[in-house]
Ligand binder design. Structure first.
Ligand code: GLC
Ligand code: GLC
Length: 834
């Protein structure tokens, strides 16, 4: 069953009924002001940090779910009937409803009582505000006398405190209402120099800023007293719950349309210019007023919207494909790239599943997110890399998370996740391959955000690599620490106390439990570091000459050292990490294998198969193929590949959180989509294009749209998890949007299946596709040129570029060398001959 459809031409998903199985959301803003918005206008907004600078409130895990949002009410002043044009919160039956989620905007339209309404929500580029452009049309044969009410609930900034510290918060709220603009200024009197505002383009009939006056006692947003009575109370919040509501009277002739604009924004004043007059407690509005005035003007709103759309033309234009598969096309061309922007911005902080008060930015997560984002805005990727690296510890280890507002490591979760450092190498590698900006390696970057500790970024990578070498366990494999990629494989935790964090509780000394996954990751990252070392010359940032020739290898000793260490690790993996038909997953604190046929449960895990093969292990002697066939036999289901089998049916204290989940969910044998692409890449590496694409399609949300009642999450973005075969709801997705799946699937399909792959010295053309594909075309912008690459597959092969023509001339090999920037598209033809 479907709840809508794709409109690829408009780059929108069109939801045609409001009661989707779960809120189907979108993101507004992609720079510093962000919002979540559901298909019924639920959601909230924040500046930079969902926890520390929250503008509006949201009620998590509410019943009905998705409560708190950007609500409007229409009231027919002749009959007293009122409704929400976005369905929530009144949930009045609508005669027509349509929500269009697009790139950075959402439009919700409906018709009720012959009144047509449509609201477009978006954040103009470069601004810290959101616009609600509301249009209402009278479809009746007679005049309509209407009232329009807006409604938002202000959050008192720190969302965690806001939701818990009532003894203080019920007494701090403050607002100002000037010229119809509602200013929310809680704590502005003391240490904050920022405030929020909510403005409307029309003359007001009234307003409310005290939530409980607007709603009335013991009432909710489905029947606010002000709306029911058709009259605001002009309440002025002092303490309790500051709220923003405007009341506008709208009289429409038959057929007449009116546009009304609301602006909700965030503004900062310099600390010494907070008040006007200076000795007062009144907000200085000198710099905010022009901004408000600008966006209450319909012309400027239209122009800003157009600019936003054009900006997305550019962002998505970096990689466009026309393949025989509609689902792959729309994910690559539109939605998967778009989701990568969201994961880059949000990491795992704010979604319908992430409360925005839990995690900040993850060290490993954000590095992986770069894989799908770096091509869109390389400059922001660069900045992110430097921010992340600055939270690295001197030991080469990493703070597991950091807060985006302060950019400092988070002490609550701390460090000791022994895979973390390697992702920095892979993130930087992806950046270098995309941009050729070798100068980034010379950037001085602090350790632990400590002034004076600066070292070139390159040194950070070396310490990442060495970190593992200094933490080797009894079998010669890397020690796992608190966890590796799998946050729930907590082999040093041994917790029997409810409420303890599995990730931060450590009851063992950490000198025994080892990870084969980290071993594979170490080999992969080590090979990248060797490739970087070969090409890197110290001082390149100061070197004006950034042409490709300057990446000539100079010193190989560092590269040789990396390769010697990775070769050594490969041997250890063969010796202690191979189980006969697949790679072992880990060794526990008793040095017993996990993910081996000797285990009762959890005999085979996905992660080590994917990571070891991606690192190139077993490609030559058939072990890679064997491991992948084992995955196919034991882990693949029609809804995707599960994380391990057999699922854990009870709690194993020596394994930690993984066995805390009921079978089939999350890390306990759920389809953890994030790691499916590792198997897909591995399949492309052994040349199995049919299987690679089949696996890709199983988790592709667009291909799952038709089973929307089972899948339940949005059909336009990947989910972190689909319930595995041991769960009662096999095939049901959860945790959509903010997942490493976004970057990994994008990276996998664009670079490994379609095979247009960035490399240090050029763009590689190495597709591994289904045999039945006759060909496809990719347009790729890369280092100043646009390549139009046509791949032909006349003989029904799955891989093997035998002929590569560049502007009609055949070149040797399958790498398009970097060329001087040009404005004419470079025409490339590639023929697969197996
Ligand atoms: C979540 C975490 C990620 C972790 C994964 C597996 O996606 O954000 O860091 O690797 O779960 O546990
Ligand atoms: C990841 C896992 C989740 C775990 C969390 C801990 O998100 O998916 O199961 O609880 O990490 O941070």
């Amino acid at each position: 069953m479907r709840f809508g459809h794709f409109d690829d031409g408009q780059r929108e998903y069109v939801i045609t009924q409001p009661n989707t199985p779960l809120p189907w959301i979108n993101y507004l803003g992609c720079e510093s002001y962000f919002g979540l918005i559901s298909n019924t206008a639920g959601g909230y907004s924040f500046y930079r940090d969902a926890r520390l600078r929250r503008l509006t409130r949201y009620r998590y895990n509410n019943a009905p779910f998705d409560f708190g949002g950007r609500y409007l009410y229409l009231r027919d002043n002749d009959t007293g009937k009122f409704w929400s044009p976005s369905w929530q919160p009144t949930r009045t039956k609508l005669d027509k409803y349509e929500c269009r989620h697009g790139m950075g905007y959402t439009t919700i339209g409906s018709t009720c009582n012959q009144i047509e309404a449509q609201t477009t929500y978006f954040v103009p580029l470069g601004e810290t505000l959101e616009i609600w452009k509301f249009q209402v049309t009278n479809r009746r044969k007679k005049p309509a006398r209407l009232s329009l009410f807006s409604s938002i609930e202000f959050c008192l900034w720190d969302a965690q405190d806001d939701a818990t510290n009532f003894q203080r918060n019920f007494s701090t709220g403050q607002v100002e209402i000037v010229d119809g603009v509602i200013y929310h200024k809680t704590e502005y009197r003391e240490r904050r120099n920022h405030f929020a505002y909510f403005a409307c383009s029309e003359k007001l009939a009234g307003y409310d800023t005290q939530r409980d006056t607007f709603l009335g006692a013991y009432r909710s947003w489905d029947n606010p007293a002000a709306v029911e009575q058709g009259k605001s109370f002009n309440s002025v919040a002092h303490g309790w719950a500051p709220h923003g509501s405007h009341h506008v009277k709208v009289n429409l002739k038959p057929g007449e349309t009116k546009e009304i604009i609301f602006v909700l924004g965030y503004h900062e004043n310099p600390v010494d210019k907070k008040f006007d007059p200076p000795d007062s407690q009144t907000i200085n509005k000198k710099t905010v007023k022009p901004v408000i005035a600008k966006y209450l003007d319909a012309k400027n709103v239209a122009a800003a919207f157009q600019t936003l759309r054009e900006n997305w033309d550019g962002l998505l234009g970096v990689y466009q494909v026309e393949s025989p598969d509609v689902h792959a096309n729309r994910m690559v061309n539109i939605w998967n790239a778009y989701q990568c922007m969201a994961t880059f911005n949000m990491s795992r902080s704010a979604s319908f599943y992430e409360s925005g008060i839990g995690r900040g930015l993850g060290f490993r997560d954000s590095n992986q997110d770069l894989l799908g984002f770096v091509q869109m805005v390389p400059a922001r990727a660069r900045e992110r890399i430097l921010d992340i690296a600055a939270t690295q510890l001197k030991s080469g280890g990493a703070f597991h998370q950091y807060q985006p507002l302060t950019k400092r490591g988070n002490n609550d979760i701390g460090s000791g996740f022994n895979d973390d450092p390697h992702w920095l190498i892979l993130g930087v590698a992806a950046y270098l391959k995309e941009t050729g900006d070798w100068g980034i390696l010379d950037e001085p970057v602090q350790f632990e955000n400590e002034p004076g500790s600066e070292q070139p970024l390159y040194e950070h990578l070396r310490r990442s690599f060495n970190y593992t070498l200094e933490r080797i366990g009894p079998h010669g494999l890397p020690l796992i620490g608190r966890a590796d990629w799998n946050d729930c494989l907590n082999l040093n935790c041994f917790s029997d106390t409810p409420g303890q964090s599995f990730q931060t509780t450590t009851n063992k000394d950490g000198t025994t439990a080892e990870s084969v996954f980290i071993a594979g990751l170490f080999v992969m990252a080590g090979k990248e570091l060797a490739a970087i070392a070969q090409r890197y010359q110290v001082g390149s940032a100061r070197c004006a000459d950034r042409t490709p020739q300057r990446s000539v290898p100079t010193s190989n000793t560092e590269a040789e050292r990396c390769l010697a260490e990775t070769a050594k690790m490969e041997k250890v993996i063969y010796q202690h990490g191979w189980d006969g038909d697949w790679f072992i997953r880990a060794y526990d604190d008793f040095s017993k294998p996990i993910g081996s046929k000797v285990c009762k449960e959890g005999k085979i895990f996905i992660e080590s198969q994917g990571m070891c093969v991606m690192a190139g292990i077993g490609l030559k002697d058939g072990k890679a193929k064997r491991a992948l066939d084992s995955v196919n036999k034991h882990l693949a289901t029609k809804h995707g590949i599960v994380l391990q089998q057999p699922a854990f049916t009870k709690y194993y204290i020596e394994m930690g959180e993984i066995s805390s989940y009921p079978p089939g969910y999350k890390e306990n044998a759920g389809i953890f989509c994030h790691n499916n692409p590792w198997i897909i890449i591995s399949e492309t590496m052994v040349g199995n294009g049919n299987r690679a694409f089949d696996y890709y399609t199983r988790i592709n949300p667009s291909a799952r749209e038709k089973i929307g009642d089972l899948h339940r999450c949005e059909p336009y973005v990947f989910a972190q998890m689909i319930a595995g075969k041991d769960a009662p709801t096999h095939g049901e997705a959860k945790n959509s949007w903010l997942t490493g799946t976004a970057a990994w699937t994008y990276f996998t399909v664009t670079q490994w299946i379609l095979g247009i792959r960035t490399d240090y010295d050029g763009l590689r053309v190495d597709p591994v596709i289904p045999a039945k594909w006759k060909g496809f075309t990719v347009t790729r912008r890369f280092r100043g040129n646009t390549y139009v690459i046509e791949v032909k597959n006349p003989k029904g092969k799955q891989r093997g570029v035998k002929k590569l023509l560049v502007n009609g001339k055949e070149i040797a090999g399958n790498v398009l060398p970097v060329r001087p920037p040009g404005s004419k598209p470079v025409r490339v033809e590639a023929v697969l001959e197996g």
